[in-house]
Design a protein around this ligand. Structure first.
Ligand SMILES: [Zn+2]
Length: 346
């Protein structure tokens, strides 16, 4: 297989496993390997688009999308969440086994570098919302042995660990309480196992609680600048500064919901809005702390991008805004690799 081109993209968040699981196809692994006409990512399109790898989320949807009396999405129970997590992990490993080297589940930064050099999609086993894990953390330890390397304690709903920030616009991310005692134990256990703790769906209190406990860089894998789009899922200037101070990063989310100043899902949102978020964060905290976190297959992206083959528009856009090769490498993959190397160890 050919190595990826000069500017491979390692991306902080995709939901391709969820899309494949929900597609109802008899052989979703084959659909990924051979390619299909729907969604944002499959292996042929990733190769064509220079998408060299990323964090592949195992996310368990709420049992219903009807909000409860508190305005929150209902939280899945642990047993069905664990069952579904195992099914999604199996799908990822099936894809790896059948890919003939086309996809590698990576457990170290070295694995990622080698996979990218070999032209193999560098997939990282990520959990978004830790409902599959009980307060005893047994499942955390077992899943880590299976390859789990990054974890968001919550999606945008409450669980036993923390309170996920609800989707609100315009709104501060300061909604609800911080980590529970179980949540603090989870963060300490992740630090000990060197699992990256992803802050993207935490509310502000949870963010600062993790900041106070964690010995690892602070990372929001798929969030944008609150100063440009005042959505509750985006990070404030103060949070950005804390991310910089720990050597962490923010992965820019391509979702139109998190890009625009107005509260509307508008697919006509252009690439410029996305580039503005990169510029803003690079200007405020530095080029070393901004990366990509597309949310491919999990959200509505600018229609002009189409799917992951539209990554070239971002690279071209950054070039035309004066980003040189070094800056481009940082935004597209080097910053992620640095943060993962620091968090996981060499
Ligand atoms: Zn998400």
């Amino acid at each position: 297989m050919p190595a990826y081109s000069a500017t491979p993209v390692f991306d902080g968040h995709n939901d391709v496993l969820l899309r494949l699981r929900r597609s109802g196809q008899a052989d979703p692994a084959r659909a990924f390997l051979e390619g299909e006409a729907v969604g944002h990512i499959d292996l042929p399109r990733a190769r064509e688009g220079g998408l060299a790898g990323g964090l592949c989320a195992l996310y368990i949807p709420s049992p219903s999308m009807t909000k409860d009396a508190n305005g929150d999405f209902p939280t899945p129970e642990q047993a069905p969440a664990l069952n579904e997590t195992l099914a999604m992990a199996r799908l990822l490993f099936d894809i790896e086994r059948r890919s003939e080297g086309g996809l590698t589940v990576c457990r170290s930064a070295g694995d990622i570098r080698r996979a990218i050099a070999a032209g193999s999609f560098a997939a990282v086993f990520h959990i978004e919302g830790a409902e599959a894990i009980g307060a005893d953390l047994d499942a955390l330890h077992v899943l880590h042995q299976a390859g789990l390397r990054t974890l968001g304690p919550v999606w945008s709903r409450p669980n036993i660990f923390a309170y996920g920030v609800p989707f609100r616009f315009p709104s501060s991310p300061d909604i609800g309480p911080g980590l529970t005692d179980a949540g603090r134990n989870l963060v300490r256990a992740c630090n000990a196992l060197r699992i990256l703790v992803d802050l993207s769906h935490l509310n502000e209190n949870g963010f600062w609680d993790v900041a106070a406990i964690s010995d690892a860089p602070l990372v929001a894998s798929h969030s944008n600048a609150h100063a440009l789009c005042p959505h509750s899922r985006n990070v404030t200037d103060k949070q950005l500064d804390a991310i910089r101070d720990t050597g962490g990063l923010v992965g820019i989310n391509f979702g139109v919901l998190f890009l625009r100043r107005a509260d509307e899902k508008e697919p006509s949102t252009g690439i410029e809005a996305l580039l503005d978020h990169i510029d803003y964060i690079a200007t405020r905290i530095g080029i070393d702390y901004v990366a990509l976190g597309s949310d491919f297959d999990g959200t509505m992206i600018p229609a002009v991008m189409g799917d992951c083959r539209g990554l070239k528009l971002i690279i071209e856009g950054l070039r035309s805004r004066g980003y040189d090769a070094t800056a481009l490498a940082k935004v597209t993959h080097e910053n992620w690799l640095r943060v993962l190397e620091t968090t996981w160890g060499r």
